[in-house]
Write a protein that binds this ligand. Sequence first.
Ligand code: SF4
Ligand code: SF4
Length: 509
Amino acid sequence: MTTQPVSGFSRHQAAFAGGIHPEDHKALTSEQPIRTLALPELLLLPLAQRFGAPLETLVSVDQEVAMGQLLATSSDLRSVPVHAPASGRIVAIDGKPGSQQISLKAEDNRRWGESPLTGNPFTLESDTIIQRIRSAGIVGLGGAAFPTALKVASARSKHCDLLLLNGGECEPYLTCDDRLMREYAAEIVAGARLLARAAAINQVVIAVEDNKAEALSALREAASAAAEVRVAMVPSLYPMGSERHLIHTVSGRLVPPGGLSLDVGVLVQNVATARAVYHAVRFGRPLIDRVITISGGAISQPANLRVPLGVRISELISACGGLRADAARLVNGGPMMGQVISNPHQPISKSTSGILALTQAEVQSGDSAACIRCGRCVAACPMSLLPLTMHATARAGDLDGARAAGLDHCLMCGACAYVCPSHLPLTGVFRAARATHTANQQELKRQERARLQAQMKKERLLREALAREAAKAAAAAAKPARSSRRGAVAAVADTAETVSPASASEGES
Ligand code: SF4
Ligand code: SF4
């Protein structure tokens, strides 16, 4: 593992090559305190996981459950358990094993009672902290949804020496992390210290973009008594929230292509995850809600809402005054890297940080023209790739050419598409090309599996045929021996017949 000490931040704050400054639209929600959504009537809890084995359901239809009760779990450490976001009754469990969904008729979201956990959480053993994080079902809330307990345990076993809390939130419109940092700075700092203790790391940096002055101030005050925690201001530059770019900006360490942050000794966690860790370790509370930004020019009343997991997107939009007439697109996440929502009745997940309703003007989907080879996409690319070449080759069906131009290392950050004067749908083409490449790889693997199975079957049939031949040969070889035994018996019988009754009587006496 190659690591460098984090001795100061100014030296590294030249950030990285490329990057853009998109219009941030954060003022739509950044000055509004977090509100709590009124409890929805129905919560939908899909049990399919992005990582790990399918969950086993522990409840049945018509069963009454309490807020925070464990509903489904798995022994696979890559899976995380699911808990009831509110008290109520299970009204349906649909789907096949592995892709089930629990429907909960929510009746009450009472406040948490007294904590069953006592004592100072900062004296707990690393294993105990990791176990509480796992039991609480915490995943990375920045969007990756990777199980936090597993990542922390890996950081400990790889002897990471830096915990980097990601407060970048560089995507336009999203301000939920900004509000959390302003309103819950002390809980975030406490969660960071617990994460560091669990991973046996004694150096914590909370990195916040310089366009979040109040968050920086709140965190600095909260961290003033924690010697191991430092708050670093980083330039607001998209995509600063990318782990590899934040690590490089803060520490100067370079994550190798295809590598992980843990490979350079850094454990990266989102600020909202740190707060969830604090609640889990200090109070034993599972992850049953999160803060989400609902924004965009087509949302009547943009807001940051604390919402129970399982709430449907359509209900969040209704809670924010509904859609304006000029709504053109719904997006799950930020406008740069988010996914278009095709079904607004689907529920949010643990990794949903924002729901956007964008107008046609915000979507920027003007008619595309031919590439004029201006090179703006190359200058904007934070991975120093060749987006125009990737685009041209991918459009021509030349996947090898697209990969040679950098497709495998593309972050799908959308910076190139944002600056393209020809409005070429670069990121969409890259996504499609990568999906095709993945499908091709899977097909090759399937064919290889089929070939191996056919070969194994052929070898088994050959073995069985050889075994039959050998058995036949053995049987054939055994025939003369049996015949000669029969011959010997017959000879004895013949001999017996020649013995006289007199001599037989002599024998009996
Ligand atoms: S920014 Fe667009 S037009 Fe310019 S070189 Fe890149 S793909 Fe071509
Ligand atoms: S989407 Fe890919 S090619 Fe485009 S700027 Fe981002 S990393 Fe570079």
